[in-house]
Design a protein around this ligand. Structure first.
Ligand SMILES: Nc1ncnc2c1ncn2[C@@H]1O[C@H](COP(=O)(O)OP(=O)(O)OP(=O)(O)O)[C@@H](O)[C@H]1O
Ligand SMILES: [Mg+2]
Length: 218
């Protein structure tokens, strides 16, 4: 059993995109996966509904949970699944704090843009509080919505490295149209056709970095 929370107090950093792609990749690798939508906007549930419309069945279980309930219910439900992926909205909420408290792995997608980097200490403050009662949690950051070229990705990585409490994954997911295109039909970037090989490779590098594999038993 493993609980992975995708979090960042900053909005629009691809949290839901990463969470839903993770859920699909793990379920397609044969795992029993629970997706918890902890965001009032319910984007992960929207993705799930779209996937059902496209494929007829989604291949995982999805539920909405919020506030303190998110913590108690996750602890009840997670043991029944191989993986639980929690998607949280981009704000400091009770749901965010609950999702950080129960996680085995926290994934923080970071955009290589100034406002996003300046907001990182806010996310870390909440995570450092969570570490008080969840000391074993692995806290990982990676660069996402990155530029295809230029210095900003590297500069953002260097900025993240200044926070020793964060594990910077060797992962850069570039801004590629395949991600929103896949989402639009409820698919993962690994399923989307025409296949964007670079997008798939970048997403696979995230799976590898956290010890997961796309198409094999974990
Ligand atoms: N690698 C990518 N390339 C291009 N577009 C992307 C990529 N990742 C995410 N997006 C797009 O960026 C936008 C924000 O992504 P997403 O909704 O996943 O972010 P979020 O962090 O969940 O936002 P919120 O804080 O509102 O919950 C969406 O339109 C999504 O399709
Ligand atoms: Mg979201």
């Amino acid at each position: 059993m493993s609980i992975i929370t995708v979090a960042n107090v900053k909005g629009g950093t691809s949290k839901t995109t990463i969470a839903t792609n993770l859920v699909v990749a793990l379920s397609q690798a044969g795992h029993d996966v629970l997706l918890i939508d902890g965001d009032k906007q319910k984007s992960a549930m929207d993705f799930t509904a779209k996937r059902e419309e496209t494929l007829g069945q989604v291949g995982f279980t999805a539920v909405e949970l919020g506030g303190v309930n998110l913590q108690t219910q996750t602890l009840k439900l997670a043991p029944k699944y191989d993986f639980t992926i929690i998607d949280i909205g981009g704000m400091d909420t009770k749901s965010l704090r609950a999702a950080l408290a129960v996680a085995n792995i926290i994934l923080i997608p970071v955009q290589p843009r100034s406002y996003d980097l300046w907001a990182l200490p806010q996310t870390l403050e909440v995570i450092n509080e969570a570490r008080g009662y969840n000391p074993k949690v692995r806290v990982c950051a990676f660069i996402t919505l990155a530029d295809a070229a230029g210095k900003d990705n590297q500069e953002a990585s260097d900025y993240v490295k200044e926070y020793p409490e964060l594990e910077l994954l060797p992962v850069t997911i570039v801004r590629r149209k395949a991600f929103p295109n896949a989402t639009a039909t409820g698919l993962s970037v690994m399923e989307y056709q025409p296949r964007d090989v670079k997008a798939v490779q970048e997403f696979e590098s995230l799976l590898n970095a956290i010890g997961l594999k796309a198409n094999a038993a974990v």
